[in-house]
Ligand binder design. Structure first.
Ligand code: IPM
Ligand code: MG
Length: 354
């Protein structure tokens, strides 16, 4: 297993260090893995003047999987757009063809009271959001800021999805649904957008190959509402890049903390980039208070999807459960009166539980 490790910026360094502790523990238990470090985001800009340096691209392409922390920081906010950390993230996703972004929202029984919703609404919740990651308005051309004939300036972006892009992500969605509750809800805005009308047509067509999966469609505004009204109605949610960006942040809060949510971004051969759903949180960087569990759970996803080691994935997930059962909490998931531990201590606790 050749793993590229890209800590990135902000809390990225701290949380990735905990995930690496878990990988090292697995290695000393006999798992054959190699890790090599690289720079992405602001770290890439600092090291090589590019948020996605050529050396990182080479490393990522030669590896089977990429473990990423997070990118972004105040010091980079005023750089020209191509130099911003986020561009590094978008370019690595696009450059590696990582079109299928899996963002599970799972409520651990121990954290049911940390959710911003009533426990009965979220207890037992288990949703898989599948977000298309390399198309849509994120990458559509043309885009920019232009001056109109009347002299007024205008910002513009282009939303589009080609048939092959929709088909391949729909297949991933149906295959995931087959392994879960066999229900998939495709989320779009087909009442307004042509792109969405087309998306719905193609998803409906792909569905014919999966008669066992119950497919439904929902407008994104309604989906945003249903997620906080009755989230347990969902099994797999399939959606495009921009809607998936928004809905996955919303879904994360159902689980108690965005600090618990891992993600996998896969290409068509299950090569993948694994990162927590949360950002680089520069406000708490370097304070040893970030929650490393989303990153550690991303390693579990890596074992499951890229390396087909369901056994190792479950072992990591069980270790995380155990630390939660022991009452160990970082600040973001601690209930009133609970003792809080730091990022490094949480990483060590998971290693001990392994
Ligand atoms: C995410 C993030 C990124 C995105 C940003 C940092 C570019 O919000 O992974 O959801 O919009 O995809
Ligand atoms: Mg986002």
């Amino acid at each position: 297993m050749k793993i590229a490790v890209l800590p990135g910026d902000g809390i990225g360094t701290e949380i990735v260090a905990q995930a690496v502790k878990v990988l090292e523990a697995l290695r000393s238990d006999g798992l054959k893995l190699e890790m090599e470090y690289g720079h992405l985001g602001g770290a890439g800009y600092d090291a090589a003047g590019d948020p996605f340096p050529a050396a990182t691209e080479k490393l990522a392409k030669e590896s089977d999987a990429v473990l990423l922390g997070a990118v972004g920081g105040y010091q980079y906010d005023n750089l020209p757009r191509p130099m911003r950390p986020e561009q590094g993230l978008l370019r690595i996703r696009k450059g590696l063809g990582l079109f299928a972004n899996l963002r599970p929202a799972l409520v651990y029984p121990e954290l049911v009271n940390s959710s911003s919703l009533k426990p009965e609404l979220v207890s037992g919740l288990d949703i898989m959001i599948l977000r298309e990651l390399t198309g849509d308005i994120y990458f559509g051309q043309p885009r920019g800021i232009r001056t109109l004939e009347n002299g007024e300036r205008q910002g513009f972006d282009t939303m589009h999805y080609s048939e092959s892009e929709v088909r391949r992500v729909a297949h991933v969605g149906f295959n995931i649904a087959m392994k879960r509750g066999k229900k998939m809800c495709s989320v779009d805005k087909a009442n307004v957008l042509d792109t969405s009308m087309f998306w719905r047509e193609i998803v409906t067509d792909v569905a014919k190959e999966y008669p066992q999966v119950e497919l439904s469609h929902m407008y994104v505004d309604n989906a945003a509402m249903q997620l906080v009204r009755a989230p347990k109605q969902f099994d797999v949610i399939l959606t495009g890049n921009i809607f998936g960006d928004i809905l996955s942040d919303e879904a994360s809060m159902l689980t108690g903390s965005i600090g618990m949510l891992p993600s996998a971004s896969l290409d068509s051969n299950n090569k993948g980039l694994y990162e927590p759903c949360h950002g680089s949180a520069p406000d708490i960087a370097g304070k040893d208070i970030a929650n490393p569990l989303a990153t550690i759970l991303s390693v579990a996803m890596m074992m499951r999807y890229t390396f087909a080691r369901e056994d190792v994935a479950q072992r990591i997930e069980a270790a995380v459960r155990k630390t939660l059962q022991q009452g160990l909490r970082t600040g973001d998931i601690a209930e009133a009166g609970m003792q809080k531990i730091g990022c490094a201590a949480m990483g060590s606790a998971v290693v001990a539980a392994l």
